[in-house]
Design a protein around this ligand. Structure first.
Ligand code: E4P
Ligand code: PEP
Length: 348
């Protein structure tokens, strides 16, 4: 055998200049930061509680509330502690789930969330981001809170989804087949947002697709590429968030959406996002929208089962320049804590 034959038959080392960091597999990260059995049971109970609300078996209002994005774990934990206390007080009327959003979809470019760039250098550090994201979810779940995230990258869900009780597929990804396949595999209820143009047909298609079983390209727990078979997710629902200057939290828009859901044989229970295009990105509008939704429920539309609020310790969002304000959003503007607590207590 010549030297050249030997070389061509041996695996060649790969010099992949695009691969900046090797990352742990989901199994390795879970070994490093395991979810104790008791906590796993708690997460499963929270998921079941959300399912009961979606099925109309539990009349409490599902409230998904918290920062637009988490950029500072200390502030997120302080928010979580306050929210856990409020959630316990209001538990007879509301099931409060904390937004712990670690991945941000961007219209063009921008900071992509703690998971991608925890130090916000613009360079990214997924190795650190994955560890810090999982640790934060563990710490928040230990407070007794059900947690919500947006599942943006299907691979990221493999690292975190065991700790999450409710998941959003966002307005920018609802139409994506990959996200529908992912939702079909996720073990918790999934809300599909209407598209950024305000139309909800794509979310209804997403619900149908996610309810089916799929074969999909994925990775097993050890990170090896695998052909996966998804079970289908029976617990999806529509989330109305407005779009392109059009709001859809009014009585007619909601009734129309519910009619279409029924005609498609889908669950008419839906959530309304009081922020984003429904609030025209003016965070204070969220309180009025939440109250309007409460009136619609009181007037008999019990299939408005949930609301979403963007809220953090401090009202508004950070200024572009200068020192960061502790507890204030670096992405979309949020309601402050006092206003949030006041609103939820009044609603309950
Ligand atoms: O929820 C947050 C934002 O609305 C979403 O991430 C899009 O942000 P962008 O339009 O600022 O990129
Ligand atoms: C990005 C979000 O929402 P949407 O997909 O509705 O824009 C969000 O809830 O953070």
């Amino acid at each position: 055998m010549t030297d050249s034959q030997t070389t061509s038959e041996q695996p060649q080392p790969v010099h992949d200049s695009a691969a900046l960091q090797s990352l742990p597999t989901p199994a390795e990260l879970k070994q490093q930061l395991p979810c104790p059995d008791e906590l796993q049971k708690q997460v499963e109970q929270h998921r079941e509680a959300v399912r009961a609300i979606l099925r109309g078996e539990d009349e409490r209002l599902l409230v998904v509330v918290g920062p637009c994005s988490v950029h500072d774990e200390v502030a997120a934990l302080e928010y979580g502690e306050r929210l856990a206390e409020l959630a316990a007080t209001l538990q007879d009327r509301c099931l409060i789930v904390m937004r712990a959003y670690l991945e941000k979809p961007r219209t063009t470019v921008g900071w992509k969330g703690l998971l991608y760039d925890p130090e916000r250098t613009g360079e990214g550090d997924l190795a650190q981001g994955l560890v810090r994201s999982r640790r934060l979810l563990l710490n928040l779940a230990q407070l007794g809170l059900p947690l919500a995230t947006e599942a943006l990258h299907p691979m990221a869900a493999d690292y975190l989804s065991d700790l999450v009780s409710w998941t959003a597929v966002g307005a920018r990804t609802t139409e994506s087949q990959l996200h529908r396949e992912m939702a079909s595999q996720l073990p918790m209820p999934v809300g599909f947002k209407n598209g950024t143009d305000g139309s909800h047909g794509m979310a209804l298609n997403a619900m149908r697709s996610a309810a089916s079983s799929h074969y999909r390209l994925g990775t097993d727990l050890h990170g090896r590429p695998a052909m996966m078979q998804t079970p289908g997710n029976p617990d999806t629902h529509l989330v109305l968030r407005g779009g392109r200057g059009v709001t859809n939290y009014d009585q007619t828009s909601i009734a129309t959406a519910q009619e279409e859901l029924r005609e498609s044989g889908l669950n008419p229970s839906l959530m309304v996002d009081c922020s984003h295009d429904n609030a025209c990105k003016e965070h204070q509008r969220q309180t009025g929208i939440a109250r309007e939704l409460l009136h619609q429920r009181q007037a008999g539309n019990h299939r408005i089962v949930g609301i979403m609020l963007e809220s953090f310790l401090v009202d508004g969002k950070q200024k572009d320049e200068g020192e960061l304000t502790y507890g204030q959003s670096i992405t979309d503007p949020c309601l402050g804590w006092d206003e949030t607590a006041h609103l939820l207590m009044q609603m309950a």
